[in-house]
Design a binder for this molecule. Sequence first.
Ligand code: GTP
Ligand code: SPV
Ligand code: MN
Length: 631
Amino acid sequence: MADVDAALDAAGLKNAKVREYVKYWAEHTGAAGVEVISASDDARLIRESLEAGEIQPAGEGLYYSRSYVKDTARSEERTIVATNNPSDAGVYNNWRPAAEMRPLLEQRMRGASAGKTMYVIPYLMAAPGSPLEAYAAGVELTDHRTVVLHMIRMARVGVDYVDNLADPNSFVRAVHVTGDLENLGQGTPDDQRYFVTVADERTILHFGSSYGGNALLGKIAHGLRQAAYDGWASGKFLAEQFMLLGITDKQTGRKYHICGGFPSASGKTNLAMTLAPDSLGERYHVEFYGDDIAWLWVDPDDGKLYGMNPEFGVFGVAKDTNETTNPTALDAIGPGTQALFTNIAYNELTHEVWWEGKTPGPPEDVTGWRDWTGELISERSDANLGEPWAHPNSRFTTTLTTVPNIAADFDSPKGVPIDAIIFGGRTRDREPLIRAITDLAEGVYDGLTLGAEATFAAEGVEGQLRYDPMSMRPFMSYPEGPYAAHWLKIVGAASEQPIFAHVNWFQRHPEDGHFLWPGYRENLRPLIWLMQLKNGEVTGRATPVGIIPTADELHLDGVDITPEDLETILTIDNARWQQEIGFRAKHLEQFPGLPEEIWQAHRRVAAALEADITEPQEQAPKMCHTRRQKG
Ligand code: GTP
Ligand code: SPV
Ligand code: MN
């Protein structure tokens, strides 16, 4: 049995509640020893992990790891929000009684860390001194050293963050036990994994994975699920899967902050890290604040809506990251950054790394190259030759401070004032490049009806989206009706209202499927237009679903797009929209207690579409027809 007291004393960890918690779980999981972690332990832990073969060198100050082959992404089916109150059950939060889940997890975790070290990771999901600090402290316990390396990059880690709490009991208890990955029946009816947030007990119990959000518990389990519940229970804030960026207009000296949600793998990191396109670089400077989580609150002193990124790092999708799409990300994972790659391709002789889209094709000389599963490329069977070298959800982990255009005030305790909230998803038709919404209830309605294409052709109806309210579907912790009401209450309290917008970088040509909009750095243009609209510098064109820019207003010099494609992405397809309104009604009807303001917004948009006779209709029937044939 581990000498827990000695380890805690050696680390100077005094918080009696934390000590009690560590002792309980060290004994329960049967860990062989306990080690308390601070960020300053990183270099030593890296050395130990290299020696143990858990990670490999990937260039100067860069590292590579592989996860178990059946453990490569979040599992939504195995993720549960538990509380003691059945009325906390929503449509998406997969609610179960706390009294049922706690014993189940305790049973799974009993003795499951035998022979392993239990790492104690005190962390803070906020900048120190934040007005939301009371909700930000946590202590993750994990039996996996690579998880510790990730947590040091993704969160502020150190004993001081939990030793001086105003209420010593106010930290989130976040227990991660890896389990025997080779015998957990991942994805089978006998799946043993459980990822549970006991939200009203501020306890996270994750068993059966060492990957990403399943294991780095400060990130989405605390930063989104637990924080969203705390924000609602306290009535004080929102916690959303949002990116956050700043745009400075060097001509006027004004700075704008935009945050917003796109479903997982739909472009938050890429947008947050974007640079101004070359032709706009003289005038605009873009700064990075955060790429995956924002907490939003209103400061009662000045009445402004503030947003802050509670994370300290980026867990970014590797695929298609290159000099053209995301040069700042390449810098952030360059030599000396201490970045850690997971599940990309690795050359064991040269220590190079590669992923799909890093260069137009894979390295020609395959000597030494292994794919993400560890198989030598040179030994691939003919059947496997076309398989990707990197897993589609392979990622890089790096601290915020490695991002070259990190905002100077990224760790401002208060966060930054929010000018706009945007929503977007992968939508192959109907959604224009951008449509601005100036009314709060219509903005919240738009977020609640955010959807993206279903991943599998068999899922859902052709033309119908997989709805992902505010991009929070996998992270919802309380019911959708109260969630909408909480949104109206928090944002509604701001004396200066943000403008809302829906964006879509992913509209495709109905026949050949190419993306109509070049995306990436060009995405800044519609955002600049949005700020100009808010300032009254442009007027756009009113449509039943919001204001859309005219081609002139977008400043399209240097953008690679045909006039036909441009027209399509700046046009509202009324027929498709009316079909969508029907789907939306069914989607919203699932949510009891949805505020009447949201239904009113829905009816206003529906009526405006019906009344609309200004739109040219030639294109619409053709596009609908093509899609139906495909389905
Ligand atoms: P999570 O970390 O899972 O929450 O994802 P995310 O929303 O941060 O998505 P990310 O920025 O990592 O992008 C996911 C994928 O979409 C990457 O492969 C990007 O290259 C691609 N992508 C991002 N922006 C654009 C765009 O403007 N156009 C196109 N065509 N693809 C894009
Ligand atoms: C997502 O899936 O939206 C992520 C990655 O940001 S994870 O942290 O694994 O959830
Ligand atoms: Mn995410």
